[in-house]
Design a protein around this ligand. Structure first.
Ligand code: CA
Length: 228
């Protein structure tokens, strides 16, 4: 187990550099459990591939691609690169495990696994078009203005229609280190309301995925905790 965690830590570190999606160790531990328990131990060739579990590897839960995530309970669900997410036009499954910090461990307190149709996906993005997204993406990649000015412009654009009207939120990332990324996310309440209506969004004593309870907690210190 120790070796596995060390291995996952290395993977997570390389993901932080390589991937637009900031995958943390606890996220990798949860995703591995999902793949081992429900998808015949499938191992992704890379953590930056389009789907964590491609449709061809999903033989028991709907033959659609799957994206598992672990997210802090009550917080926004980061979906990654906005253009890439917008381009999805096939049914897929989003598996979200919500965790709460308990001392040095994260306890999973809710799991939801909605199947999302292309129609539902379009509705969450509406009225934003791909052309709108490209416009915002182009703005944040403009090397002309200062970072401060660019952040102001990007904020103004994302808080105006059509971006202010979509359920999916746009998150321009403009760093002083030259980082320019357009990411997107779904608010906690919107995730449950839009994708799992009728489900209980409260923390649960025995959260389960496809009827299987997540075993135990994940050893993972709170963010910003000093290294051991
Ligand atoms: Ca994932």
């Amino acid at each position: 187990m120790k070796r596995l965690l060390a291995c996952l830590a290395v993977l997570a570190a390389s993901c932080l550099i390589a991937s637009a999606e900031e995958v943390q160790v606890h996220g990798l531990v949860f995703e591995k459990w999902v793949r081992d328990t429900f998808f015949d131990g499938y191992k992704p060739a890379s953590y930056t591939q389009r789907w964590d579990i491609p449709a061809t590897e999903n033989k028991h839960h709907g033959d659609m691609p799957v994206n598992p995530k672990a997210v802090k309970y009550g917080t926004t669900i980061d979906l990654g690169d906005a253009l890439r997410q917008y381009e999805i036009d096939e049914p897929f499954m989003l598996i979200v495990a919500f965790w709460q910090q308990e001392g040095d461990e994260k306890r999973i307190v809710n799991i939801a696994a909605p199947e999302i149709s292309p129609e539902t996906w379009r509705r969450l993005w509406g009225p934003v078009t791909y052309a709108d997204l490209l416009k915002l993406d182009e703005l944040i990649k403009d090397q002309g203005p200062s970072v401060t000015e660019l952040r102001k412009l990007a904020l103004k654009m994302k808080n105006s229609p059509p971006f202010s009207e979509s359920i999916i939120q746009l998150n321009p990332k403009i760093g002083t280190d030259g980082q320019r990324r357009l990411q997107c996310s779904l608010r906690f309440a919107d995730f449950f309301r839009e994708l799992v209506p009728g489900a209980d969004s409260k923390p649960q004593a025995h959260p389960a995925l496809f009827g299987v309870e997540y075993p135990g907690t994940i050893a993972s210190k709170p963010r910003g905790a000093p290294p051991p």
